[in-house]
Design a protein around this ligand. Structure first.
Ligand SMILES: [Zn+2]
Length: 69
């Protein structure tokens, strides 16, 4: 039974619910293109799934504070 639901994290009164992170990413890329890059994009599990799914750049620009040992 798959009861895991990914509600659309958009603050734009969107009631879309995906049954997988991939489907949510696809929905966001179609309906909310670029919106996940905004600072007010909710930092929920679904919101992060979209961000990690959409940002597939190799460079980890967010990890600059990480000092290699
Ligand atoms: Zn949506």
């Amino acid at each position: 039974m798959t009861d895991r639901v990914y509600p659309c994290p958009s603050s734009d009164h969107c009631e879309f619910e995906a049954d997988s992170a991939a489907a949510l990413v696809e929905h966001v890329n179609t309906e909310h293109a670029g919106e996940y890059r905004r600072d007010d994009w909710p930092d929920t599990a679904a919101g992060r799934a979209v961000r990690t799914g959409a940002d597939k750049d190799e460079g980890n620009e967010d990890d600059e504070s990480k000092v290699p040992e």
